[in-house]
Structures are given as structure tokens and as C-alpha cells.
Design a binder for this molecule. Structure first.
Ligand code: ADP
Ligand code: MG
Length: 478
């Protein structure tokens, strides 16, 4: 039988890449273009052996869809190319290739911007009233959003939907603790779309504003500015609906109902919806379960705390765009000291620059130390987080005993919580590796360093671990 795919002779060793190109060629014939792009765009195959091959899907949802609908097609196609039956293992690896490409593009663009303003592409000029109408502020852009391991995934998704609203990931749900850039990112999406597609109706609102507007509408009754139809039209006619801090809506029954109607109408019409929340989806159950049931092509991404290097980059970029006079040394110092979140980092920076200005000089490390000394102290006192709180939170989360975490046993049930405890103790209390070793049953500082690095590395790769860490932190900061 003539194969439509690039067949090789049975005795030639074929590799997974070749196999997958063939399979994709065949699938393209059977699927409509949207479905094909949606599920298979950045899929790949690897680890081809005599008996099995791994099919790498770019998200959990893609894996689910591919497994459910296309397994037999793929099996047939693989058998045709390999001349035998091969078992398929579907695995998920978040769209790293696409993400890396997006990030590389941003880095190139940033470099160009740094090289000279003439190279910056002239963006369409957006009238101030157009920003107002959409609820957007032009200060939040992708260009001034600093990238790092803690926000790469969220950034790549945001950039992808801004380029193609409604056509890639939809809906999108971003979450993080406060002050880590959710508002910046969701606003940057709106700003980019506004620049590129002036005819799009973009609506940015917050959970709180949505609630207040609804209450006013209900109170004022029919007619006028606050009629129900005008409220509905405002949101349901959007091409891009950006709702920030959606946690505010959770648990408010009437608002939630109205929100679902809006959400459903928009999803039905294929319009882009983006949500942010300062709580992970699992803590917003009654709100998110109805949304996530629609999550076939949707995606959830979190933003983590920036590391020192990234905090440094954020402050330097801030200095350069504002033309502030402050040395790299002082910036390094602030980036080291303020490790809570980006908002507090910026706050500390602005305070230091302002105080130095009133004193008529450049900020020095001494001055920064004086100003931050108090802030850092306040922070620790306010939260009053000590070692035993961190350990208890970790133990509770994994249902293990403190003595076992400190003890010598090395089974997996203990090693994971132990390393997470190392990481969180470092991250939250800033203790030295030696002290953390002492607290954790007299372990060597190199063991602690290894554990902290390991968790940090795994966190950038595995969403589940990032979520676990975020969940534990939440119980600590509550
Ligand atoms: P959230 O909405 O998560 O509470 P914001 O988006 O308001 O956080 O961010 C707080 C501040 O930090 C804002 O001024 C924002 O511009 C800035 N910021 C956050 N993340 C970044 C980043 N990656 N690059 C540049 N600035 C950032
Ligand atoms: Mg915000």
C-alpha cells in the first residue's frame, strides 16, 4: 500500500524526529487546521525504541485531547512508518520550544532597544482616551517587563495571546502572590493588542470594579447609565476581556453568577478571556471549577518570586528609564535586601532615591542600609516568621513528622519535604546554610546548598513543585 508519509526501508534505523514529521504530515490530512495547530503545534516525539516511543505534548490539556481523540490515528501512522506496532507513551512538557522562541525574540528586541531608539519599531500611536476607554495604563508594557525563570512561562503565554487574541490559549489564568507582576502582565497584553488592533474592543477591569459596577446597576434599576443591558453590553461585547484580581468575586453569589454569564458568552463567541488572582485556582474552587471545565484550550500559569539577579535587573531598568542617579553597588544592595516582592522592591528603591535627593546627594550603601534596616526589621516583626513555623507548615503540607524530617532516613516521602524545608528556610528566613543545617538535625552546609539549588532548579521545570511551594508559603504568610 502506498504510504502518504515519507516511508523508510524496514531495516533503516529511523529516529524519533523523522517519525514524528511523518506522523504530523498524515495527521494534517485528517484534522482541520485549527485543531491541528491547537494540539500538535509544538508537539514532538522522542526516545524511540523497538517497542515504544514518547509523544511529548505541550500541555496537560493537549495530552488529554490527543490521547482521547487521536491515539488510534497516531498508532496507525506510526505502524506504517516503522513497519510494526509501537506503543505510544504520552507525556507532557510545557511548550518549552515555543516559550524559548518567544523569550529569545524578546531578548533580541530588548537588545535592539538598548542599542538605540531609532531601531525601536514605531508603535501605532494610541490616543490617551483609547487607553482610558479600555481601562489600560500605557506604563505597563512587555518591553519594560523583566524576564527571569520565575515569570518566563507566564510571559510567553501573555505574549502569545497578545499576538493572536482568542486563537491560542483561552482562557488564561495567571496567579501569584501580591506584587509579582500580574497586573503588569495582563495590562501589557491589553496595551499590545490596542496598539496592533485598534478596532478590537478591549475591556480591562478588576474583580472589585466588576462587583461595584454590578451593585450600582442593580441599585439604580432600569434605564440610564446603569441599566442592566448597558452593563452586559460593556463586558459581553468585548473582543478581549481582562479581569484582574478575580479572587474578589469568589464567594459573592450574585456577582459570580453575572461573571459566569459574561465568561460563557465570551468563550462561546471565541473571545479572549484573561484572569488573574492572588490565590491559586484550587483555593477559589467555587469560582474556578466552572471556568476550568472549559479549560480545553486554556492554561494556568503562576509567577514566582524573582531571584536576586532579576531584582537587580528590574531596578537597573527602572533607573535607566527614569534617569535616576544611583550606582550599581547600591542597586545590588537593595536587590539583596528586599526579597519579598517586586512591589516592595520598587517601593524601597523609590524611598532611597527620594531621601537621597532631599539630602542633595547620591544614595550610598550606608543610607540605603539605614532606610532598609528599618523596613526589613518591620517586615520580619510583622510576619514574625521563625524556623518552627516554616518547618510546621512543610510537615503539615506533606503529612510527615518534624523528627523524621530532621532525622537520617532517606526515603522519598522524607527527602522531598526535607529539601523543600531547606529551600523555604533559605528563602524566607535568609539564614546561612550552616544554620539551616544545624536546624535540620545537624546536616552539613553543602547538603543544604545542594538541596536549595535542587528545589530551585526543579521549580523552574515542574509546575507541581512550584505550586506546592506557593501553597506552603501561603499557609505561612496567612
Ligand atoms: P501584582 O498585580 O501581581 O500584585 P504588579 O503587576 O502590580 O503586581 O507589580 C508590582 C510592581 O512591580 C509594578 O510596578 C510592576 O510594574 C513591577 N513589576 C513586577 N514584575 C515586574 C517585572 N518582571 N519587570 C518589571 N517590573 C515588574
Ligand atoms: Mg495586581
Amino acid at each position: 500500500m502506498p504510504a502518504q508519509v515519507p516511508a523508510q526501508k524496514a531495516n533503516t534505523k529511523i529516529d524519533a524526529d523523522f517519525l514524528w514529521r511523518g506522523v504530523l504530515g498524515e495527521l494534517q490530512v485528517h484534522l482541520n487546521p485549527t485543531g491541528f495547530r491547537m494540539w500538535f503545534a509544538s508537539s514532538s516525539a522522542e526516545n524511540l525504541t523497538d517497542t515504544s516511543v514518547d509523544i511529548v505534548c505541550n500541555s496537560k490539556h493537549a495530552k488529554h485531547m490527543i490521547e482521547k481523540s487521536y491515539t488510534s490515528l497516531i498508532e496507525e501512522s506510526v505502524a506504517k512508518i516503522c513497519h510494526k506496532k509501537v506503543k505510544l507513551n504520552f507525556i507532557v512538557r510545557e511548550n518549552t520550544r515555543a516559550i524559548k522562541a518567544t523569550i529569545a525574540t524578546k531578548k533580541r528586541a530588548d537588545k535592539k532597544t538598548a542599542e538605540g531608539p531609532l531601531l525601536v519599531q514605531a508603535a501605532r500611536k494610541v490616543a490617551p482616551e483609547d487607553y482610558d476607554k479600555a481601562g489600560l495604563s500605557p506604563r505597563y508594557t512587555f518591553e519594560n517587563f523583566i524576564l527571569g525563570g520565575s515569570n518566563q512561562l507566564a510571559f510567553a503565554i501573555a505574549a502569545a495571546i497578545a499576538d493572536n487574541p482568542g486563537k491560542t490559549y483561552n482562557p488564561v489564568f495567571f496567579y501569584s502572590e501580591v506584587g509579582l507582576g500580574k497586573t503588569h502582565l495582563i495590562q501589557a497584553i491589553g496595551n499590545k493588542i490596542l496598539q496592533e488592533n485598534p478596532h478590537y474592543k478591549i475591556v480591562y477591569t478588576t474583580g472589585e470594579a466588576f462587583t461595584n459596577e454590578l451593585i450600582e446597576t442593580l441599585q439604580r434599576g432600569k434605564g440610564g447609565k446603569y441599566s442592566a443591558p448597558s452593563f452586559r453590553n460593556k463586558f459581553r461585547k468585548a473582543d478581549v476581556f481582562l479581569i484582574d484580581d478575580v479572587q474578589f468575586i469568589a464567594g459573592r453569589e450574585a456577582t459570580q453568577q453575572e461573571f459566569f454569564h459574561t465568561f460563557n458568552a465570551l468563550q462561546h463567541a471565541g473571545k479572549q478571556v484573561v484572569l488573574t488572582s492572588d490565590k491559586p485556582p484550587k483555593d477559589l474552587e467555587n469560582l474556578t471549577e466552572r471556568i476550568t471545565s472549559r479549560f480545553n484550550s486554556g492554561i494556568i500559569a503562576d509567577i514566582q518570586m524573582p531571584d536576586t539577579e532579576m531584582r537587580n535587573a528590574i531596578l537597573r531598568s527602572r533607573r535607566d528609564s527614569a534617569g535616576d542617579v544611583i550606582s550599581n553597588e547600591v542597586i545590588d544592595f537593595i536587590a539583596q535586601k528586599v526579597a519579598t516582592n517586586t512591589r516592595e522592591l520598587e517601593g524601597a528603591y523609590l524611598r532611597i532615591v527620594a531621601v537621597a535627593k532631599t539630602m542633595g546627594g547620591e544614595p550610598t550603601i550606608e543610607l540605603a542600609g539605614q532606610i532598609l534596616g528599618k523596613t526589613v526589621q518591620d517586615e520580619v516583626q510583622r510576619k514574625n516568621i521563625n524556623v518552627s513555623q516554616v518547618l510546621k507548615a512543610v510537615c503539615d503540607y506533606y503529612s510527615v513528622k518534624g523528627v523524621d524530617v530532621k532525622g537520617p532516613r532517606r526515603n522519598k516521602e522524607l527527602v522531598v519535604p526535607r529539601q523543600i524545608a531547606m529551600f523555604l528556610l533559605k528563602d524566607i528566613t535568609r539564614m546561612s546554610f550552616v544554620s539551616i543545617g544545624e536546624v535540620l538535625g545537624g546536616r552539613d552546609h553543602s547538603t543544604i546548598m545542594y538541596g536549595v539549588d535542587k528545589v530551585r532548579a526543579v521549580m523552574t521545570e515542574v509546575v507541581k513543585v512550584r505550586q506546592d511551594v506557593a501553597n506552603i508559603k501561603q499557609t505561612i504568610y496567612r
